[in-house]
Design a protein around this ligand. Structure first.
Ligand SMILES: Nc1ncnc2c1ncn2[C@@H]1O[C@H](COP(=O)(O)OP(=O)(O)O)[C@@H](O)[C@H]1O
Ligand SMILES: O=C(O)[C@@H](O)C(=O)COP(=O)(O)O
Length: 417
């Protein structure tokens, strides 16, 4: 019976969170979509939704259904996982989903903390930084679906909810758990329902996590999850676990499918070009998913093997993305590339690919759905936030890489023994 029930707004985010929980001693299973039957046997269950950019009403309904399934399965605390770069629009979906979960859980108050220092996301005075850059100067201002043009999270979340949003600043967080708890109480007494919590180190995240032990709802990135398992151990709900990340032996040909247009991913494609076969599809020249998938099929002939990966890319630089969006509209442009890459992934697996990396959250959602995957067992991490997983029923080793994550050599490193 799971102790912690998690709802993730995209598939890469779900594996990121699951990897964090596994690394801190919770047996964790990621399920795709709202669970219909009994929950898997695990300490934590992460329900992966594709709700980050869905219409608000759809995102809220799916998240509530996931919450109900997790509560019915015994979860004692609910975690709403969104992106460490707070990916959303002014219409949502972070605020509306958090509001709905808060109401369903009668929580009254919750933190909002996307900080993830291991991946260089920190929050200071309510402002989100990616490395040394403010969020709105980090490349995220060019995200194809959720451009982030304001780094002040109090302001960003306030535009998405009627509820009051406050700040627990660095000076308080740095004092530790008791000071943080007091700040929560003051904000709650002052009528605030959310607290953006500053955090620049893992120690801050552990302290915030400890201060949230009795919260019905936690919202944030995977970083904040690092402090939660200890709460359950303190409560006698979680035994000490040994190795929680073993997977069956990996075999089959290797491939990478890329739909993320983030700076990090564009850099990873650049490095891969010098080492392995890379196909860059041009969605602007051929705005037709079937024709693009056909180009990929023809290209992959004779190239798939177990020695090195092939890389098939739908992504493009910001000017080309903008041109395609102008031509088709933002959502249709995204769907075109997602449909193409989902078909490409299905073809790769049909041709014997047994180790597949997918880059991009929305892209991963499309691929996982096309492959009919229902659950992922979480294995060892390749880089922070990106584990190998074993996908069932496909029996495939799959890594879902957040666009922003991974070192420059990620597409090579992932396949090194
Ligand atoms: N060449 C392109 N033109 C327009 N949109 C694109 C292009 N390549 C990819 N996209 C879309 O951009 C979005 C990237 O989002 P996602 O896969 O979540 O990546 P990230 O993890 O970087 O957020 C997807 O919807 C994808 O289909
Ligand atoms: O929190 C994060 O940064 C990731 O877990 C995440 O949500 C990834 O989203 P994408 O960048 O869309 O892959």
């Amino acid at each position: 019976m799971p102790i912690l029930g998690c709802i993730a707004d995209d598939f890469t985010g779900a594996t990121d969170l699951a990897a964090m929980l596994v690394a801190h001693g919770m047996r964790t299973v990621q399920v795709i979509g709202v669970p219909q039957g009994p929950l898997p046997d695990a300490d934590a269950v992460v329900v992966a939704l594709k709700s980050r950019t869905a219409p608000v009403t759809h995102a809220v309904a799916e998240s509530l259904a996931a919450c109900d399934a997790l509560l019915a399965g015994g979860a004692k605390q609910i975690f709403f996982k969104y992106c460490s770069t707070f990916d959303s629009t002014d219409e949502g979906n972070i605020g509306p989903v958090a509001d709905a979960l808060m109401k369903r859980l009668q929580a009254g108050f919750a933190i909002a903390c996307p900080a993830f220092p291991a991946n260089a996301r920190s929050i200071y005075q309510g402002h989100l930084f990616v490395g040394t850059a403010l969020l709105n100067e980090s490349g995220m201002e060019n995200h194809p679906l959720t451009p982030m043009r304001d780094a002040n999270l109090v302001r960003v979340l306030s535009r998405q909810t009627e509820a009051g949003v406050g700040l627990v600043p660095f000076s308080v967080v740095d004092q530790g758990e008791s000071a943080i708890r007091r700040a929560f109480n003051q904000l709650r007494d002052g009528g605030r329902r959310y607290a953006i919590t500053d955090a620049v180190t893992d120690e801050h995240l552990h302290a915030i996590g400890a201060a949230c032990a009795d919260h019905a709802l936690i919202t944030g990135g995977s970083g904040i999850a690092m402090g939660l398992p200890q709460n359950f151990r303190n409560q006698g709900l979680l035994p000490d676990r040994g190795d929680a990340d073993s997977l069956p032996e990996a075999k089959g040909a290797m491939a990478v499918v890329v739909g993320s247009c983030s700076r990090a991913t564009l850099g990873q494609i650049g490095l891969a070009r010098d080492h392995v076969p890379v196909l860059e599809l041009d969605a602007l020249a051929t705005p037709d998913a079937k024709a693009l998938a056909q180009q990929a099929r023809a290209w992959m002939d004779g190239k798939l093997n177990e020695e090195r990966p092939v890389v098939i890319v739908g992504s493009a630089a910001p000017d080309k993305v903008a041109a395609l969006q102008q031509k088709l509209g933002r959502d249709a442009a995204g769907m075109l590339v997602e449909h193409t890459l989902a078909a490409v992934a299905a073809e790769l697996v049909a041709r014997g690919v047994g180790r597949l990396v997918v880059a991009g959250g929305e892209t991963s959602g499309a691929v996982v759905q096309a492959l009919g995957i229902t659950s992922l067992r979480i294995g060892p991490q390749i880089d922070p936030g990106v584990p190998w997983t074993y996908a069932e029923p496909a029996g495939l080793h799959l890594a879902l890489k957040s666009g922003n994550f991974g070192a420059r050599d990620f597409f090579l490193k992932a396949f090194q023994p």
